[in-house]
Design a protein around this ligand. Structure first.
Ligand code: FMN
Length: 485
């Protein structure tokens, strides 16, 4: 037997295979069974920092920072229903109303990096100094000038992870997309030029915030400028103030979430986009021209209905308006997103829309038409939660963004998962705001995304539904949602 020659050069140690964490995560979600919720493991509902450097934001006087943060995450609504009594709610939806997303804001005046405390509508100082320049430089596609403020969103993983386990990451990523849609509308109302950033140097942002990424991870940043220009200060060396009760690490608790977050944070891709599935060649349904409607008008009216819908027809023009807004481009850093969302395609199940035959369709944003898809079976046959089963037959239509969860790994590595889920959240929240502005109601039902729904929509592997938004006519007088100001 001949001994093998030792190689002249030692092969570099293989790094993690791009996409492996995503594939394992998707497999784990597909294989998970029912989970029992241990409510005694629930962590605090909100974060506290020492109040020494606190800036209390004005409740009534206009304040660009205060209005923006309150419009994103403030405690702004009282909802009164027969089923749940009176509950305080926030402006944008959150899975299970657990609100795992935190906001930090870098300002030039008063200079500092702050944590937004929604319960007290106040900013708590995390790090002294002007850190906008550093955050601006950490963005993959920074705006031309240093912005007036940079808002960084993080997810406290265990906040909803104790309930949803590894599935919580999907909610975290969708919720930053929801908040991306919300910030663009709130920012526009406040005269701010705002953009959504999903691609940045995670390590820089994470260490600036002084956070342990196994407990709380950075997921998005918003740049906001009023047009007045901003002075970039010197970079001070300062240490971050520690939070009062850090959340637990989820490495052992939520292994697939932890691995995917770490892989997405480290991902550096070429940024090349995969092609979206072509519009199928099915029967076409022309929709009327969308109404001229402002998403901002939906902000004070939006709320997820607790008790389903009135089983009534909606106007085809309202459907056209919702679809046009949901599929519109947005200012962000995913290549091509200024024209339209680029990681997914919008699908719609029509149940009760005047003039549109019931059935499954793909919406073509370029022509504003619906293209019938060859769906099989009924969504009702799927594994649905009781509230979804109740509301589904009453809904007028269901908006489902769909995409291939691995197609973008070649261009974006494991970051693709975040980008696509964020776009899914952005699309459904724009749909919900447009519905509210048109006098309709909408609710996300995540359990509606399953293989039975995919078949009913005519989707086939590797393309799957990413979210599931029921749209319909609200039941009057059953839910009172009062804005708190
Ligand atoms: C990403 C995401 C997933 C959600 N999934 C569900 C769901 O599966 N079932 C459900 O009834 N509501 C779901 N919701 C709606 C929330 O329960 C709702 O937003 C929350 O109770 C707050 O109420 P609001 O929307 O009226 O502000 C989801 C919301 C978001 C943002």
């Amino acid at each position: 037997m001949t001994r093998q020659e030792a190689p002249d050069t030692v092969a570099p140690e293989a790094g993690p295979v791009p996409g492996e964490a995503t594939r394992r995560y998707l497999r784990a979600l597909a294989e998970r069974g029912p989970v029992s919720v241990d409510w005694s493991a629930a962590p605090p509902t909100h974060k506290r920092y020492p109040t020494a450097g606190r800036v209390v934001l004005p409740w009534r006087a206009p304040s660009p920072i205060g209005d923006l943060l309150r419009g994103l995450l403030g405690v702004t609504r009282a909802e009164w229903t027969h089923r749940t009594g009176v509950r305080l709610k926030r402006p944008a939806p959150s899975g299970g109303a657990l609100y795992p997303i935190e906001a930090y804001v870098a300002l030039g005046d008063p200079a500092g990096l702050y944590h937004y405390d929604p319960a007290h509508h106040a900013l708590d100082l995390v790090r002294v100094g002007d850190h906008r320049t550093l955050l601006h430089a950490s963005l993959t596609c920074p705006p031309a000038e240093v912005p007036d403020m940079v808002v960084v969103l993080t997810a406290v993983f265990w906040r909803n992870g104790f309930k949803y386990r590894d599935f919580a990451y999907r909610l975290h990523c969708q919720e930053v997309g929801v908040l991306g849609a919300q910030v663009l509308v709130v920012g526009e109302s406040s005269g701010l030029d705002t953009a959504v950033h999903l691609r940045f140097d995670d390590a820089v942002c994470q260490s600036l915030l002084g956070l342990d990424p196994t407990r709380e991870g950075v997921l998005a940043a918003f740049t906001c400028t009023s047009g007045a220009g901003a002075a970039a200060g010197p970079l001070p060396r300062s240490s971050a103030t520690g939070e009062e009760h850090p959340p637990p690490s989820v490495v052992g608790r939520l292994p697939h979430l932890s691995a995917l977050h770490a892989a997405a944070a480290a991902a550096t891709g070429s940024g090349a986009l995969p092609a979206l599935p072509p519009v199928p060649a099915g029967p076409l349904v022309a929709l009327p021209a969308p109404r001229a409607l402002r998403l901002a008008d939906g902000l004070p009216l939006r709320g997820s209905p607790e008790i389903g819908f009135l089983p009534r027809e909606i106007d085809a023009r309202d459907l056209a308006t919702i679809l046009a807004h949901a599929s519109a481009g947005y200012p962000g850093d995913v290549p091509g997103c200024h024209r339209a969302p680029v990681t997914l395609t919008p699908h719609i199940l029509v149940q009760r829309v005047r003039g549109v035959p019931a059935g499954a369709y793909r919406y073509d944003p370029d022509t504003g038409r619906l293209v019938a898809t060859a769906g099989t079976g009924r969504v009702e046959a799927g594994p649905l939660q009781p509230n979804t089963r109740e509301a589904l037959p009453e809904a007028s239509a269901i908006l489902v963004p769909a995409g291939d969860q691995t197609a973008g790994i070649a261009g974006f590595g494991d970051r693709w998962y975040r980008l696509q889920q964020a776009e899914a959240g952005l699309v459904v929240h724009r749909g919900a705001l447009a519905a509210a502005a048109a006098g309709l109601a909408a609710r996300i039902h995540s359990d509606g995304t399953n293989p039975i729904t995919d078949a009913a929509l005519g989707l086939s592997d590797p393309v799957h539904g990413l979210s599931f938004l029921l749209l319909g006519v609200p039941r009057p007088g059953m839910t009172v949602t009062a804005p708190l100001r």
